[in-house]
Design a protein around this ligand. Sequence first.
Ligand SMILES: Cc1cc2nc3c(=O)[nH]c(=O)nc-3n(C[C@H](O)[C@H](O)[C@H](O)COP(=O)(O)O)c2cc1C
Length: 181
Amino acid sequence: MDIKDIEKLYLHRQSCRSFDPARPVSDELLREVCRLALLAPSACNSQPWKLLAVTGEKAKQLAAGVQDLGMNKFASDAPAFIVVLEGTGNLTATVGSRFKNTDFLHNDIGIMTAHLVLAAEAAGLVTCILGWRSEEKLRKILLLPEKTRIPHIIAIGYASEGYETREKKRKPMEDTFVLLK
Ligand SMILES: Cc1cc2nc3c(=O)[nH]c(=O)nc-3n(C[C@H](O)[C@H](O)[C@H](O)COP(=O)(O)O)c2cc1C
């Protein structure tokens, strides 16, 4: 593999807000994308997460859990969602977090999510990470216990016809990167 291939993947991955509602994602492909995401690193290898892939009627219901104040209307067209559930870190990671005053758990979840959206992109799918959500609504729809935390969910599917790759808008690298010797 070449770094140019990785660049292509990173530039092509973007938050999709235009899904093809008529094109479902197979269970096998959802499973494969999740399998790759779960290879992500985590502090003390604690893997403090669980992924819940949702399709069909349940996915249609789920869109309501990410839509209020006019946000995320496009989610109604997503044929599937991957719900990221907070798990428990292992003892070493939990103690390490306290000692080092660092939120390892949410860092880990973010890293795993990055793996997931890039794996999905490589599989020809499109995604949108949705942080604007109602955990309460999502828990009700998914019949999850009240204490379950849902840091975000990911809309996943195929892009609608005519969907184009946007140019990346990022802060200038001079503002976000320093090389020290
Ligand atoms: C944690 C997180 C939460 C996000 N929540 C939403 C959301 O609720 N709705 C949405 O349309 N985009 C959401 N996004 C997508 C960002 O707006 C997007 O990643 C950013 O603008 C950069 O654009 P790009 O992903 O197309 O490169 C979220 C992204 C992240 C990482």
